[in-house]
Each structure stands twice: as C-alpha cells, then as structure tokens.
Ligand binder design. Structure first.
Ligand SMILES: CCCCCCCC(=O)CC(=O)SCCNC(=O)CCNC(=O)[C@H](O)C(C)(C)COP(=O)(O)OP(=O)(O)OC[C@H]1O[C@@H](n2cnc3c(N)ncnc32)[C@H](O)[C@@H]1OP(=O)(O)O
Ligand SMILES: NC(=O)C1=CN([C@@H]2O[C@H](COP(=O)(O)OP(=O)(O)OC[C@H]3O[C@@H](n4cnc5c(N)ncnc54)[C@H](O)[C@@H]3O)[C@@H](O)[C@H]2O)C=CC1
Length: 412
C-alpha cells in the first residue's frame, strides 16, 4: 500500500489508485489515509483532496496509470512476481518503480518488458513527513526515467537524490553497520534508552532504537533472513555470536521472534500504549532479555560512555559513507549528507555524517576507527576505509575536494 506515499501524492494534486491485497487492510489503510489528508488540509486551510483517491484490491485497475510505486513487503520473490504482473497489466509506457529499502532494483527491472522504465523510489518513514526521496538508478534505467522521477519528487516537495543500485543503496547501506554497532553496544552493557539518549543529545531527531521501532523491525529481519544471517538457513556450526566469519549480535532477531515489530505491534525496543502509538516507553522485558542474554553468553556488562556510543555509531556511518563514495554509489559526499539530513533526522547543524567527519578532523576519525577496530577485529565495518586513509595521507582536504581522490567513472 504505501499509505504515506499516497498522501504525499494526493496532497500535491496527483490522483492515486491505492492497491492492497487484503480487504480488511484496505479499509484500515483507507481510513488512515483519509485521516492524514484531513489533518494536513486543516493545517493548510484547504479542503482534503479525497476525490483524487481510489482504493482497490485488483491489480487490473492499474492498467492505465502513468507510474506505479510498488510498496509490498520486503520480500524479493514477492516483488519479482509483482513486477512481472505489473509488466503484463500496465501499458507499455508506464514507469514501474519500487520503494524497496535495499533490494536489487535491476533484478526487478529484469522481470519486466521495459527495464529502461524501472527505477527505485525510496521514501523514508513517516513517508508523508520525511523530505527525502532516494532515486535509485539501475544500470538499465534510462535518463528520461530518472529525470521523470526526479521531477515527480520535486512536485511532491521532496528533496531527491540519485543513487546507485547496491544492497541498501546509500542510506540503508550506511544504516546497516550503524544498527549493528548499536546492537553490539547493547551486548556490552548499554540499554536502548541510554544509546538513544546519547544519539538524541548529539542531535538526532530520534535515537537508533526509537527510529527502528518507527520504521518496523521486521523489515531488517526479512533482509537478514534473506542474507542467511538468521532463520532456518543459518549454519549451526557458527561459533556463538558469529555469522559468516564476523561478529554478529542476534538480539534484534530475538526481539522480532517475540512478535515485537515496533510501533505497529505496540512493542519493539520500547513499549507503546497500543499498536500504532508513537510514544515510546522503556520496557522492562527488554532489559530482562538483555540481562538473560549477557548471562547466557558470559558477558560481563560494563559501563558504556555516551562518548563511545556517539563515536562508534556516527564514525561507523561516515566510514561506510567513504566506501560508498569509493564504490561510486553516491556521486559526492554532499549527497550522502543530504540523505542523512532529510531522511534520517541527522542534526542539521552538524551538516551530515561526512561534513561532521570533516569538522571532527579526518585524522581523528581515522584514529578512533583504528582504535575500535583493533579492539574488535571481527567487525569489518570498523576497519577504516581506504578512501579515509587516502584523504588523511593527502592532508585531509575539504569535502568539496574529496572527489579528486576518487576514480570518477560513475554513471551517476
Ligand atoms: C538495513 C535494514 C533497514 C531497515 C529499515 C528500513 C527503513 C527504510 O528503508 C528507511 C527509513 O525509513 S529509516 C527511518 C527514517 N526516519 C527517521 O529517521 C525519522 C527521524 N525522526 C524525525 O525526523 C522526527 O522525529 C519526526 C519527523 C518523525 C517527528 O518530528 P516531530 O516530533 O517534530 O513531529 P511532529 O510535529 O510531532 O509530527 C509531525 C508528523 O509526524 C508524525 N510523527 C511524529 N512522530 C512519529 C512517530 N514516532 N511515528 C510515526 N509518525 C510520527 C506525526 O503524527 C505528524 O504527522 P501528521 O500529523 O500526519 O503530519
Ligand atoms: N517501513 C519503513 O520505514 C520503510 C519501508 N520501505 C519499504 O516499503 C515496503 C513496504 O514496507 P512496510 O510498509 O514497512 O511494510 P508493511 O508490512 O507495513 O506493508 C506492506 C504492505 O504490502 C501489502 N501487500 C503485501 N502483498 C501485497 C500484494 N501482493 N499486493 C498488494 N499489496 C500487498 C501488505 O498487505 C501491507 O499492507 C518494503 O519494500 C520496505 O522495504 C521503504 C522505506 C521505509
């Protein structure tokens, strides 16, 4: 369905056909969309554009649309099937886009008879509020497709950034190690509240656990299951807290196994008065889970400082940002900063993770990463990236000169 996306389109005058697979869910979603649009219209002193919306359970109703934004579960097999069906149902010039959080956009394009008309349109939760739109340019997306999607993003009042196609694109590729680092801090003795407070004091709109509860913990769980990190495919011979040769923290999986998916189920890293509520309250059962876990693995809980939390989480973000630049998935460091400022509530006065790294001093960031990597040699995301090292060797040039140290053969 993609309720927030439907709202973002209708409120700028674009007609929407919203599709669901289940009748009951369709009714619930319809009511939520109407409520959101009415609240928005009241604030702006206009009438709610309810006549622009049509709700359906039939894919056939999409046959005459100009553009589709697919937003079904993060399940590659399901998305492949949907893209094949869309290709059959929609007219030959219909653009087909996906809101996937990080799956292969080109593989989805390959399911259609028009791979040049396929691109990623990655919105951020809550989609009717967050300004960012990541526009994922696959190797076969045409320039016209990307230009059309960028112009639609502009009409929707979004800040759109073109990125390349790799797992997680830019934003979630950086989010993955950031989430992992936060989970390691839990193992070592911190609580979700402490980590969130440290990050919110740093200036994030939401700490990592509140943000995860908002987005839904099941999205990442599905991704980890598909990558064989958890679930039935896991090799039982793994040493404890190790997967695929690296340190792995199974606590997020354990939380999901209890049906705790975040705000939408009324509990996740926090508890909520009821499903859908947004006010996060500390939950004793998570504290108990952490204590039991540490006992089971013989981990002596230690006092983790707020400084360590911020350094390990934020420098990890920037480190992956450097790798993204090297891989030419983002065209420039400023694009990465825009993504974090408008998509993830990074503190604007700190300028984004890459600008922040430059203000801290690249030499210091490198030193800190080396320190944490030496202490955790089985955590590859803490290993300083080659580009960061190169920039330090070159005397830490300002951000707008970093591109000179990167091979610029990107198609972005
Ligand atoms: C590798 C694995 C990857 C797995 C993850 C996949 C997910 C993805 O693909 C990418 C993602 O989306 S990650 C999530 C990114 N979003 C964020 O980081 C949100 C950060 N938070 C914020 O910016 C503000 O707190 C926020 C804007 C939310 C609220 O700010 P304020 O408190 O100033 O806002 P208000 O003025 O009170 O409200 C404005 C509108 O926002 C709604 N809202 C507030 N808190 C919310 C919450 N916790 N959950 C849902 N909606 C919320 C609020 O209802 C209001 O809505 P409207 O009245 O309809 O306008
Ligand atoms: N939750 C988040 O913060 C974000 C999620 N996304 C992406 O958006 C997509 C959806 O994620 P969520 O909204 O979190 O999931 P969700 O589980 O809340 O919603 C998925 C919806 O898809 C519907 N659906 C399933 N099969 C369908 C079908 N065959 N036809 C029509 N509708 C069908 C379900 O009934 C459900 O309403 C995923 O690809 C996810 O990665 C992207 C950005 C942010």
């Amino acid at each position: 369905m993609g309720r927030g996306i439907a709202v973002s389109l209708a409120r700028v005058g674009i007609s929407v056909i919203a599709l669901e697979s289940d009748k009951k869910l369709l009714e619930v979603s319809k009511q939520m969309i109407i409520n959101m649009l009415e609240r928005d219209a009241k604030r702006r002193g206009v009438s709610a554009p309810l006549d622009l919306l049509k709700f359906t359970l039939s894919l056939q109703d999409l046959k005459d649309v100009d553009l589709v934004i697919e937003a079904v579960f993060e399940d590659m097999a399901l998305k492949r099937q949907i893209f094949q069906d869309l290709s059959n149902v929609c007219g030959p010039t219909t653009l087909l886009s996906t809101n996937t959080s990080g799956l292969d956009v080109d593989a989805l394009a390959g399911m259609t008879d028009r791979p040049h008309l396929v691109a990623g349109m990655h919105f951020f939760s809550p989609a009717h509020v967050m300004k960012l739109l990541e526009v994922v340019c696959g190797p076969r997306s045409s320039s016209e497709t990307i230009a059309t999607v960028m112009s639609l993003g502009k009409r929707m009042g979004k800040v759109s950034v073109v990125v390349g196609n790799c797992p997680g694109f830019v934003g979630n590729r950086m989010l993955k190690p950031y989430l992992e680092e936060a989970a390691f801090l839990l193992e070592e003795g911190a609580t979700p509240e402490q980590i969130d407070k440290a990050l919110e004091d740093f200036g994030f709109a939401m700490g990592v656990f509140r943000m995860s509860d908002l987005a839904g913990l099941d999205v990442g769980w599905r991704v980890r299951k598909e990558s064989g990190l958890t679930g039935v495919d896991v090799d039982q011979n793994n040493p404890p807290r190790q997967r695929q040769g690296r340190r792995y923290c199974p606590i997020p999986d354990m939380v999901c196994e209890q049906g705790r998916y975040g705000q939408k189920t009324g509990c996740g890293w926090y508890k909520y008065d009821k499903p859908g509520d947004t006010k996060a309250k500390p939950d004793l059962s998570i504290h108990n889970l952490l204590e039991t876990y540490r006992r089971r693995y013989g981990i002596t809980s230690r006092k983790v400082t707020n400084e360590e939390i911020v350094e390990r989480c934020v420098f990890t973000l920037a480190n992956e940002g450097f790798r993204i630049l090297e891989d030419r998935i983002a065209a420039r460091p400023e694009d990465i900063d825009v993504i974090y400022l408008f998509g993830y509530g990074f503190p604007s006065y700190r300028g984004g993770p890459m600008f922040y790294a430059s203000t801290v001093g690249l030499e210091r960031v490198l030193e800190k990463l080396e320190h944490y990597y030496n202490a955790n040699p089985d955590v590859p995301h803490l290993e300083p990236s080659p580009l960061l090292k190169k920039l330090v060797v070159c005397g830490s040039p300002p951000l707008n000169k970093w591109r000179e140290q990167i091979n610029l053969h990107s198609h972005l």
